[in-house]
Design a protein around this ligand. Structure first.
Ligand code: SAM
Length: 487
């Protein structure tokens, strides 16, 4: 299929001038079911391809959602659970390098709707990216495949940018080729002959095509990558931070969690914040200060402190690694502190930045705490689990095929921040984690909304800090000691 097929005449004008229907109508895939073509990737066969008038970022947004919500792709599935996730290896390749290693690997369990009839299925999901293509591979980890799963060793969605030379592509390049690829069970017989399977695969390719275009159409209105920090600035900071801290931190990780996931994710978040702060410092002429609320293992606090920023992390429970991460450039510092936060009761008037990285129930409160802390206080949160102000997960969030739950939740947090008086900014961080939206409040717009004041009053009565694992264990031991009442 020629790359020119379906090309829109002026890509950068397209979002404004092109009728969306004309984009959707370009679907006319080339199918190789009977005679699959060999892929540039060894052992893989191309079974369908289609030019798509959408960017690589739109492809990734779609794939991220599909990995979390496969029910949109395979209807007999009720949901998926991500059992583990590890991000980018320490082999020196970055997300845009020509690495053969995956940038993200997950183990995902598919849970079918008909639980008594169909089995769950564990799969390995890997994301790859190089200058020419973005690729996600789904590989079943069990030999017996349930009826709802394609009968292949592995299948893959690919976005091919069409050029090996990254300098030829721009972030606004609106076109690539989507490919559906498989590794068949029998490489001598790679063809897909079952008509039902052919229909299902074509339907999936069509859906991928539509979602990429929907992402593109929404994309112009929504935030996207590199909104607040130019890509080059971020990438050189990331390379510097990664080389300075990465190998040592991975080698000396004492937590049970996977160092590759946690270390590289926090290196990326620290790099992003440092870029934002350096820009801020041009205005304020002083180093920024911070508090990391719900700091967990304390790694982000350690990195920011090691780079010379004054601040500390707070968490309801300490971690084994804290003593090691409290040593900053050879000196013990009181930077990681245990405290059960009642968010309606705290303010930090002497701090410039409140951070909430995947800080669970603290996230919705952080814009409010920042607002109450005075005009100099700013915030950045990266929302994760869908907690409301009352500290529970009982929010009812609007979600549809085009607006995912995570998007709906980040909109909920943004709404709180606007009502708390911030001009809200948003960026998609260059981390492979699917929860990668940073919401930032640097400037103020108005006074706090009366609606919000009422919600805060109600929620602050309901919010009770969670019990730590230690407290839960102590309670359990205590209950074992109590004599049982006879009936
Ligand atoms: C998902 S973890 C994230 C940790 C860390 N920010 C990271 O990204 O690795 C959320 C953290 O918030 C902490 N937390 C939740 N509620 C809290 C509260 N009321 N006071 C203090 N810490 C709290 C938890 O103990 C937990 O360590």
């Amino acid at each position: 299929m020629s790359k020119k097929q379906g090309k829109i005449s002026n890509a950068s004008d397209a979002a404004v001038a092109v009728d969306p229907q004309s984009l959707f109508q370009q679907f006319a895939p080339t199918l190789y079911f009977e005679k699959p073509k060999t892929s540039p990737k060894a052992n893989w066969y191309i079974i369908a391809e289609q030019v798509v008038p959408a960017t690589r970022d739109a492809f990734w947004e779609t794939i991220r959602r599909w990995t979390l919500e496969p029910q949109f792709v395979i209807p007999p599935i009720e949901k998926a659970e991500i059992k583990s996730s590890s991000t980018e290896s320490s082999d020196g390749h970055d997300h845009d390098g020509a690495s053969d290693a995956p940038i993200d690997t997950m183990i995902r369990e598919l849970i079918p709707k008909r639980k008594s009839k169909d089995a769950n299925l564990a799969e390995k999901v890997e994301y790859f990216e190089n200058d020419k293509e973005a690729r996600v591979i789904y590989e079943p980890l069990e030999s017996k495949l349930p009826f709802y799963y394609p009968k292949v060793k592995a299948y893959s969605f690919v976005y091919d940018s069409g050029s090996d030379d990254i300098s030829e592509q721009s972030d606004d390049e609106e076109q690539g080729t989507l490919r559906l690829e498989i590794i068949p069970f029998d490489t001598l017989q790679p063809s897909v002959t079952d008509p039902k399977m052919q229909y299902a695969l074509k339907t999936i390719l069509h859906k991928l095509f539509k979602w990429c275009i929907q992402q593109r159409l929404g994309y112009k209105k929504k935030a996207h990558h590199d909104v607040l920090v130019p890509k080059d600035t971020y990438q050189s900071m990331y390379q510097y931070i990664k080389a300075k801290y990465g190998p040592h931190l991975v080698a000396n990780w004492t937590e049970k969690t996977d160092p590759k996931k946690f270390v590289y994710e926090d290196l990326a978040i620290a790099s992003y914040l440092l870029c934002i702060w350096k820009k801020e410092e041009e205005k304020t002429k002083r180093k920024q200060t911070f508090i990391d609320l719900g700091c967990g293992n304390g790694l982000l606090t350690f990195l920011l402190s090691s780079e010379g920023y004054e601040g500390h992390g707070i968490d309801i429970a300490d971690r084994k690694i804290w003593p090691a991460l409290s040593e900053i450039n050879g000196q013990k510092k009181d930077i990681l502190r245990v405290e059960a936060l009642y968010p309606a009761k705290v303010t930090y008037p002497d701090t410039e930045w409140l951070i909430g990285n995947h800080a669970d129930e603290l996230v919705p409160w952080i814009p409010i705490i920042a607002s109450k802390s005075g005009d100099n206080c700013k915030f950045m949160v990266i929302p994760c689990c869908f907690y409301g102000l009352d500290g529970t997960r009982s929010l009812s969030l609007p979600s549809s095929e085009t607006v995912g739950k995570y998007r709906a939740y980040t909109d909920y947090i943004k709404d709180i921040a606007v009502k708390a008086g911030f001009q809200v900014e948003e960026d998609y961080l260059r981390i492979p984690s699917t929860k990668n939206i940073a919401i930032i409040g640097r400037a103020r717009q108005q006074h706090q909304d009366a609606d919000l004041t009422q919600s805060i009053d109600r929620a602050s009565q309901a919010f009770v800090p969670r019990k730590t694992d230690r407290e839960k264990e102590e309670e359990r031991q205590e209950s074992l000691k109590k004599p049982k009442l006879e009936k």
